[in-house]
Design a protein around this ligand. Sequence first.
Ligand SMILES: Cc1cc2nc3c(=O)[nH]c(=O)nc-3n(C[C@H](O)[C@H](O)[C@H](O)COP(=O)(O)OP(=O)(O)OC[C@H]3O[C@@H](n4cnc5c(N)ncnc54)[C@H](O)[C@@H]3O)c2cc1C
Length: 416
Amino acid sequence: MESPRKLKIAISGGGLAGAALANSLSRLPHLHVDIYESASEFSERGQGIGMAINAQRALSRLVPQSEELFTRAGYVTMKSSRVTIGSGLHAGTKVIDVAEEHPGRMLQRAALLHELLEPVSRSTMHTNKKLVSIDEQTNDLLLTFEDGTTITTDALIGADGISGFVRSHVLGSDHGAVKPVHAGWAGVMNLVPIAKAQSKLGAEVLQQNRQYGWMGENGIMIHDSIMDGKMVQCIGTSVDRNPSEERRKHIDRDYLETSYSAWEDGPIARQMIDLLLDQDSPAVYEQWEHVNAPTYTKGLVCVMGDAAHAMTPWQGSGAATALEDAVILSTLLAQVDSPDQLRRAFQVYDAVRRPRSQQIAESSRKTGRILSGIDENIGLDPIKMHDALKDRWAFIHDFDLDGHINDALTMLHASG
Ligand SMILES: Cc1cc2nc3c(=O)[nH]c(=O)nc-3n(C[C@H](O)[C@H](O)[C@H](O)COP(=O)(O)OP(=O)(O)OC[C@H]3O[C@@H](n4cnc5c(N)ncnc54)[C@H](O)[C@@H]3O)c2cc1C
């Protein structure tokens, strides 16, 4: 007897979201999964990424040997994310240790992406494939790429990031939630060898692997170790009320000293400014985010990761939320074998994932205001900050992923 045709799933975008999903789906024998990336290679910009406990749990559901994956990617366990005041009257006062009971792990982004894509068949990974058009046919989709080539597929998952194409198809190109909006901050980053960081920040600070977040007037400075503790990632983010249209704008010492002028006599700014400038071409990146989308799916198409819910980084949750998306998508797609079931699976994915991911995005936005001292009721008062921050991560980290999976399966099966 002829075996049934495999369902064809196309993933557009090969960042962490698309790679995690491709990794997991490639183990499902009834699916044929292709991943189409617009760039000339699968790569990650940026440096470190924190994997909180909920991200670690999600990864363990997606990848059979996730502990080995973390080890190969050179993770560093963070004892906590320590929040300390960086400017003003209370400069130097510790506010809180976040995630002390469930430590996060810092990884180099490129190493994590490499490990996620490692088991995916090279013949299913396609570069220079910028998706530019989606035509809905009766029971499948015709996708067109910028180079003029086309494919047909049973379903499309847009993992094409904050400015991707698939979101505009799902929402309609004129919808107000398609385009990202400026989040209100801009950040400068650098990666420096541990010895250099120690010479500026002091050996004791870096002896313990923690994420250090310094909160002060109009800004946040962060440093944490990555790459088996050999390198330190430094980030300075300040409130930006006049966003530039440029994605990347060159900056100099004057820019940083002006942004952190209120931090001058504090314990951290001078050293961090030196470290942030210790690179060939220091630049500032504007932060963008999405307003809530009314849906993550349309017919045989859905969006995940930043394409669905690009958020501010203040609760370290964008990629973690994408991994949770991938868990639910792969759970549901394990159950389907027809286009109608694919449509239903995407509706269930939307119903389960949208409230959770949008709650995290909203919480992250508010957390950023607290951390950068611009919440009028809290300011830079360490006690008020502590009280405002202490419970903010619980709903993210202590999430019942198994219950979430069960909810998705119950909903799918309830619809026959
Ligand atoms: C400063 C900062 C710090 C952060 N820290 C953390 C953290 O500690 N923990 C955490 O969980 N999250 C963190 N995040 C969030 C996290 O980085 C993102 O949520 C995550 O990387 C998004 O992955 P993605 O795959 O959805 O999108 P992307 O990484 O943007 O990938 C999208 C991919 O799609 C491709 N693409 C775009 N358009 C097309 C097209 N038309 N056709 C085909 N391909 C296309 C792109 O080239 C890209 O490769 C942070 C974010 C920032 C800005």
